[in-house]
Ligand binder design. Structure first.
Ligand SMILES: *Cc1c(COP(=O)(O)O)cnc(C)c1O
Length: 411
């Protein structure tokens, strides 16, 4: 038997072992949706997550939600009411963010390869563009000039450091993201001289870190870098976006991130910041940490078979909806996400099974030799940690099955 990750807090079953999500029974949720597979997002867990983060972080720190983690419109609208800003990475996400009702002034748009029409959409809306290159800066200034608008421009910095223990490296050395730190002051002076509304700095050094000390160290380095850039420019950045990088405990042995420890350290870092940043506002932008644990992927067993003594539960879901759980989204070694039989939730382990999807590829494995209560055709498998980088980060068109249904419950 291979271990699976720990089921996140906040999930429980009725007396008949039926899992509840967002206060609703899984059988009722599936009946309401009309079919499986289904992503269910728990609105109360999302709100609790934001509340915990606010309590942990220094009072002046703004909290932004990175829409790419989960762009499902009802979830974006729910998050928009809880956080201080939305970060988007395409014109498509920008429109979803605007549709959420949050003001354009509380949206920022990062990401490499913005096309002219995306820059134009942001400038017309009055959203902040986090510039990823000098060339993009030139195009933004030209477009703004043509439109007769004053563009809101921030500069994304490629720092010379990296977030230690980060699952995905986004800074340090040659990168497609941001502008090398040494070139940033001259660019900002140019933006200001061109009459742009300079909004500040965006420094994002990594993702999926569980080590509070590593995040605290990166945040301290980020604040120091922002100060040295501000000194070199001779201007106060209105906002310093410190990035994110907060990870969640997907796998066996992972210890959840101590955000309270990160917040305490950040409080000290901000209290000791250089005088040039005294009037600056600060933000962090998180995706995965805010929404990952609040989502569950439900898929029904359509076949049960044995091959060379191994039991396979074949489901109607798969990697076309939940690529990350199959181990094919940025992981080197495949490990098991937290998994359960939704209508036997909390029952004892009875057998070792492999849970696979319905795609005709050996990559489509949702649980590899996991211990579960006995499950048969018609039962429902629940895969946890499905709130971030699930439906929108999976190759939904692969093999021509229908897309997963999504639901936000408890809002
Ligand atoms: C992807 C991304 C995020 C969100 O990262 P998480 O690991 O989901 O928190 C935030 N900011 C930027 C610029 C990103 O590209």
């Amino acid at each position: 038997m291979k271990p699976a990750g720990a089921i996140p807090l906040g999930y429980a079953a009725d007396d008949d072992f039926m899992l509840r999500i967002g206060g609703e029974r899984v059988d009722a949720l599936i009946a309401a949706a009309g079919d499986t597979p289904l992503f269910v997002y728990d609105a109360a867990l999302l709100a609790a997550r934001v509340a915990r983060l606010r309590a942990a972080m220094p009072g002046q720190l703004a909290i932004h939600y990175a829409v790419k983690a989960n762009p499902y419109p009802p979830l974006v609208a729910w998050m928009a009411a809880l956080v201080d800003g939305l970060d988007v990475a395409s014109a498509g996400e920008l429109h979803r963010a605007l549709d959420s009702g949050i003001g354009a002034g509380r949206i920022s748009f990062a990401g490499p390869g913005k096309r002219d029409r995306e820059l134009e959409a942001a400038i017309v809306a009055g959203t902040t563009l986090n510039l990823e290159s000098a060339g993009e800066a030139d195009r933004a200034l030209m477009i703004a000039d043509r439109l007769g608008r004053v563009p809101r421009l921030a500069v994304r910095v490629n720092p010379d450091f990296d977030l230690r223990g980060s699952g995905m490296r986004m800074g340090g050395g040659a990168k497609p993201f941001g502008i090398d730190a040494a070139e940033v002051p001259a660019l900002i002076r140019r933006l200001i001289a061109a009459g742009a509304d300079w909004q500040g700095l965006h420094i994002f050094a990594g993702s999926q870190a569980l080590d509070a000390a590593a995040i605290a160290e990166t945040q301290a380095a980020t604040v120091a870098l922002a100060a040295s850039i501000a000194e070199a420019v001779g201007a106060v950045p209105p906002l310093v976006n410190l990035g994110g990088g907060f990870g969640i405990a997907y796998f066996p042995g992972d210890v959840p991130l101590a955000v309270e420890q990160v917040g305490a350290a950040l409080g000290e870092t901000l209290a000791a910041r250089a005088p040039i940043l005294a009037e600056s506002a600060f933000a962090i932008e998180l995706g995965r940490w805010l929404v990952g644990e609040a989502g569950v992927y439900l898929t029904r067993i359509v076949d049960r078979k044995t091959s060379h003594g191994q039991v396979f539960l074949v489901t109607d879901g798969g990697l076309h909806h939940q690529l990350a759980a199959s181990g094919n989204f940025g992981t080197v070694v495949r490990r098991n996400y937290p998994i359960a039989v939704a209508n036997r939730f909390g029952r004892a382990v009875e057998e070792e099974v492999s849970v696979v999807g319905c795609l005709c590829t050996p990559l489509d494995r949702l649980g590899d030799q996991v211990g579960l209560p006995r499950a048969d055709v018609g039962d429902v498998v629940a895969l946890f940690m499905a709130g971030a980088y699930g439906a929108s980060a999976s190759p939904a068109a692969f093999l021509g099955h229908p897309p997963a249904i999504e639901m936000l419950v408890g809002a």
